[in-house]
Design a protein around this ligand. Structure first.
Ligand code: SAM
Length: 204
């Protein structure tokens, strides 16, 4: 299974600030939502929280909100902060998640700047992300995002990420997470490109 549309595989770059590009990407991606949701639900089972827990959740690179939507459904008392730098993506997610308006907030920031955590709020019990952080491309930048995620989590917080790890490899991503301060990290390769990673601030 691959989560990458043919266009991405061919071009290898994105223009997340273009409304036209974002519209095209979502039109292509929405067709794979039903394929992605089961994996996202599986990923959320790695979060050690009761389903009715009133947790604070951060969705990093939230895009049009598919991960946030699964979180809001899985944890009906959760509040979710959607982080992204793309205004067109936020327009889409605001429409898509209108029914959850009282449980969500939006923060626009660029993950390439270490200051992104200053406007994010928190602390959070759970951070989630899907197919975003690989967009940073440079190992130092990806490792710096992991360090930022650690900073905004509570002492018993958890980070769950389904992303492409070919740049560096799964082991390197797990090492960057450990260096960022996560006591326990687990990686589950899903195909030759995509892995689900779970990083726990606490060792248990
Ligand atoms: C492939 S989309 C994934 C969206 C969503 N997580 C999902 O699974 O459908 C990647 C998202 O990452 C965001 N993104 C990429 N680079 C970013 C950066 N440097 N700072 C903030 N957001 C970024 C894009 O705007 C886009 O919404």
């Amino acid at each position: 299974m691959s989560w990458a549309p043919e266009r991405e595989r061919q071009r290898g770059h994105h223009d997340w600030h273009s409304a036209t590009y974002v519209d095209e990407w979502i039109t292509s991606d929405v067709t794979r939502d039903n394929e992605r949701r089961p994996m996202l639900r599986e990923m959320l089972k790695l979060a050690p929280f009761a389903s009715d827990a009133p947790i604070e959740v951060l969705d990093i690179g939230a895009g049009y909100g598919v991960v946030s939507e699964v979180v809001l459904q899985t944890f009906p008392n959760a509040r979710v902060t959607l982080q992204d730098y793309s205004a067109p993506m936020f327009e889409q997610s605001q429409r898509r998640l209108a029914a959850y308006a009282d449980r969500i907030r939006y923060v626009q920031s660029d993950l390439a700047s270490p200051a992104w955590t200053e406007t994010t709020g928190g602390p959070f019990d759970l951070a989630v992300s899907a197919i975003c952080i690989h967009n940073l491309r440079e190992p130092e930048l990806m490792a710096s995002v992991y360090a930022g995620v650690r900073r905004v989590l509570r002492p018993d917080g958890v980070f769950l990420d389904a992303d492409y790890v070919r740049n560096g490899g799964l082991q390197a991503h797990l090492d960057w997470l450990r260096t960022a301060g996560f006591a326990r990290v687990v990686g589950d390769p899903k195909d030759e490109r995509l892995a689900v990673m779970a990083a726990y601030v606490n060792a248990h």
